[in-house]
Ligand binder design. Structure first.
Ligand code: 5AD
Ligand code: SF4
Length: 435
């Protein structure tokens, strides 16, 4: 979502006559669009701001703006700690950055971080005539579209409800208009974004006449857009995953066979302390249904190790879950305290060394499983979207979201599909040759 927000900021500034540079040392304005999901992300922002303090000393006219979740979380305090920062812009104000910068030059307003419960995601039509440095090469044909933001779930470790605010769904017609513009410019793959996409349409009306409209309906409607070839979405909380959504993997051919379903822990005791509102038994039922509706679906997850009070037997349950589900890949993190969250106040914290040990044990086994699963693709033919030509050959993407590297003397065209026979598997990617 930050990547998408950065594109929006870049586009709105270029509409206000700013010219983009990729050279930080020649910029007159630097915007850091920040993440605070884990302590490490926030530390990166602080060290970058430390570096920029020196830059500002040698170039006093340089304007520095901090946007996004760290800005939201810290607000005024950020200015106290970092006086060289000119402007702090929270998550609901990114569309207003050009006018905030204008105002700054005469009124000196430096913080825009109020979070409104009545926030509506603005209508915003992407400018497809320009490429910004916030975009990767493959974004000519593969793009993110925000459909909702914020979260009402209050998992006890999570800062999102405080940084992104209450859950708000974007108007259905704005989403369709945005996708149509992208598809008209040659985009063929769309990823629908939200902190909890399954809640789309549940918290505010998204249709003009106020009639109910759900996430599975949105998937069906988006898939009707001609020339759109691939559709993906992220992220879902398992507690809100219903049969209608799972059936989309069977019934909507454009919906890619890939599902990111964060489980966080394999222990029911810890899931309860995390306020996740599902059990492992329920999670395993969902996995079975997904695999029934869509055999071959690639499943990925998020895991937190070392949540306060996680005992050895809880961690063993997480390892057991890994063996039961055999995820294609996972993203795993050491628990870190976040400001404002409920788990911050839990007393039974796990020490850093033990968290690191558990993380290493988990990742080692996950890597082995990923390799085993990837080996299962050897000899198979997969249809890939060619994304870019790199020094190591073509980088492509399978419908399952696997990265496929192709070394060939045949010319492949970025933005086109190719049938590739897989000849080698690594832990994180596949290698193949064109048929
Ligand atoms: N500590 C560690 N990991 C966290 N995540 C969210 N909050 C924390 C935290 N306080 C992880 C979760 C989530 C992913 C985006 O980041 O696994 O799914
Ligand atoms: Fe955070 Fe996701 Fe829980 Fe919402 S559902 S509070 S975004 S972890």
């Amino acid at each position: 979502m930050n990547e998408r927000d950065s594109e929006i900021i870049a586009q709105s500034l270029s509409q206000h006559n700013y010219i983009e540079t990729i050279d930080i040392d020649s910029a007159d304005l630097i915007i850091l669009n920040t993440c605070s999901i884990r302590a490490k992300a926030e530390q990166k922002v602080m060290s970058m701001l430390g570096y920029l303090r020196k830059a500002k000393k040698s170039r006093p006219d340089l304007k520095i703006c901090v946007a996004g979740c760290v800005a939201q979380q810290e607000g005024e305090k950020l200015l106290e700690r970092m006086p060289h920062v000119d402007l702090v812009v929270g998550t609901q104000h990114i569309y207003g950055i050009p006018s905030l910068l204008d105002k700054k030059s005469y009124s000196g307003e430096r913080v825009a971080t109020d979070l409104s419960d009545k926030y509506a995601i603005p209508r915003f039509i992407p400018d497809t005539s320009e490429t910004h440095s916030t975009q990767n090469q493959n974004q000519q044909f593969s793009r993110f579209v925000t459909i909702m933001q914020g979260c009402n779930n209050y998992c006890t470790y999570c800062v999102v409800p405080y940084t992104r605010g209450r859950e708000v769904s974007r108007k259905y017609s704005d989403i369709i208009d945005e996708i149509n513009v992208l598809v008209d410019s040659g985009v063929i793959e769309i990823t629908l974004l939200g902190q909890n996409v399954n809640s789309y349409g549940k918290t505010n009306p998204v249709t003009n006449d106020g009639s109910p409209f759900s996430f599975p309906q949105l998937i069906h409607e988006v898939s009707k857009i001609n020339r759109l070839e691939r559709l993906r979405f992220t992220t879902s909380n398992p507690k809100d995953l219903n049969d209608d959504l799972m059936k989309c993997f069977r019934d909507v051919p454009k919906l890619c066979p890939q599902f990111h379903l964060p489980v966080q822990s394999g222990s029911n005791r810890i899931l309860k302390k995390m306020n996740r509102k599902y059990s492992i038994e329920k999670y395993l039922e969902l996995v079975d249904s997904l695999r029934k509706y869509c055999p071959g679906i690639a499943l990925t997850t998020d895991i937190i190790v070392g949540f306060p009070g996680e005992e050895k037997h809880d961690f063993d349950e997480t390892m057991k879950l890994l063996e039961t589900v055999r995820f294609d890949a996972s993203f795993s993190f050491k628990y870190s305290d976040r400001p404002g969250t409920a788990s911050l106040h839990l007393s039974d914290k796990i020490d850093e060394e033990e968290k690191s040990r558990r993380l290493a044990v988990f990742q080692k086994r996950q890597n082995e499983i990923s390799l085993e699963r990837n080996n299962g693709y050897i000899g198979k033919t997969v249809k890939v979207l060619v994304e870019s030509l790199t020094a190591k050959g073509y980088q492509c993407r399978a419908a399952t979201n696997h990265v496929v590297h192709v070394e060939t003397s045949t010319t492949l065209v970025p933005g086109c599909f190719a049938d590739i026979q897989i000849v080698h598997a690594g832990q994180h990617s596949l290698k193949g040759r064109p048929i």
